[in-house]
Write a protein that binds this ligand. Sequence first.
Ligand code: FAD
Ligand code: NAI
Length: 472
Amino acid sequence: MSESSPDHFDLVVIGAGPGGYVCAIRAAQLGMKVACIDKRGAPGGTCLNVGCIPSKALLHATEVLDETKHADAMGISVGSVKVDVEKMMAFKQAGIDGNTQGVTFLLKKNKVEEIQGAARLTAPGAMDVSLLDGTSRQITAKNIVVATGSEVTPLPGIEIDEDRIVSSTGALTFDTVPKHLVIVGAGVIGLELGSVWRRLGAEVTVVEFLDRITPGVDADLAKNFQRVLKKQGINFMLGKKVTGAKALKASAKVTIAPASGEGDSETLTADRVLVAIGRRPHTDGLGLEAVGVTRDAQGRIETDGHFKTNIDGVYAIGDVIAGPMLAHKAEEEGVAVAEHLAGKPSHVNYDVIPGVIYTAPEVAWVGKSEEELKQDGVAYKVGKFPFMANGRAKVNGTTDGFVKILADAETDRVLGVHILGAQAGNLIAEAAVAMEFSASAEDMARTCHAHPTLPEAVKEAALAIADRALHM
Ligand code: FAD
Ligand code: NAI
């Protein structure tokens, strides 16, 4: 195909999720002729359509509900509060539409051609696209970035029908509040969506294989987080595995056995079951075999330090490659690969990728956990400050949780920051910037923080590293 053909591009990005669309925009800013293809019918990928955005809309709406119900102490009494699930879902959809339309606007503004269809690689630099209008289009490109994201990991023997037994996608669209929601997996999805439906009145039981919740999160934080969730009425069955779930007419039966394999099984009756045991890379129908792109044992596309696969001209980013499955990680990689293809230096600092669980209180962290530092044999100091001692948290009545900073025992360099508390997801940004600039705990402690604010708890935790917290 000639270079001037409308079907030839400098760069074709497959997938318009946060990785793909950001990559396309950055490449276009750098002067490339770019197309971004997605088979979903709206850009934004999992994140905007069935992930980050809809879940945060429901978390926000139900947090407002919860605050309203408990506002009496502030002198605000609203009588009985009524919930309209249909209207709440419309609120969620408006948030999705506003965001996906925003992405279409940005792609257009940057002269990226948005193509709606499923792409299948036919040769390095060539693909066949089955367009959503039923026709097909042959496209060639100097470079291709695969950003096809991830999909739900199925649980063997359990059929997800997105009605009685659902993935996160189904749990974002229930039309009524379940009486009893059983959730398989105490990870991020299970606890965020469990919080949504619990606040709306469902009995929620979370069944987790391990003997702790949120594996990967600092154990101290996770233990306190579980305690708070329990107080909110979420039931936990730890060290248990779900061995079967059967959808019946008006309910579902869930069979649970000890994770160790020893002991009796038990059965729970639920009216909805959410399977949230992780996500796996999405590469179905992509034609990776046709061009010889290699994947690792977990099905992730293998890439080098510049996101190049083993095939020249084929790159991959986001959930479909190794690393945390997070929208902002995918975005960073999208920018980095576009800049690399434009001949610019580019880099993603995997040591400073924040994680947030948007429950109430929120959980947020960046850098190493205590367990990781112990495993790496790094000597560290701990500075901890409870929100109970923070003036703003006290006056707001949001005293659950604490800030914990881990710093190198010798150099004082901040190695990890872990927060359980209101607005933890916003508070962690300060820690990420500090770590990006290799700050010491003393740097954070000597930075003036406005009063009265929650970030003062971060400063106090940094002071606590040197045993000089002022309000504790
Ligand atoms: P995706 O967003 O998955 O996008 C990939 C796109 O590629 C999809 O739209 C798909 O249709 C398209 N595609 C696939 N194959 C083809 C093909 N052959 N041809 C054309 N198009 C194709 N992360 C956060 O950071 N914060 C959160 O709050 C958060 N909340 C989440 C809540 C839920 C319920 C879920 C499920 C996930 C959440 N995530 C969150 C994770 C986040 O959604 C992902 O990490 C992120 O979307 C990954 O971006 P991506 O660009 O790699 O892929
Ligand atoms: P997860 O990996 O966070 O948690 C899965 C949980 O299921 C783990 O605790 C695991 O031990 C448990 N588990 C696995 N098999 C099990 C079994 N058979 N029985 C019982 N428990 C079992 O995965 P989750 O929650 O599905 O989320 C998927 C991805 O989506 C995550 O990687 C996360 O990063 C991303 N996400 C991010 C959000 C955020 O940033 N706020 C929100 C939602 C999702």
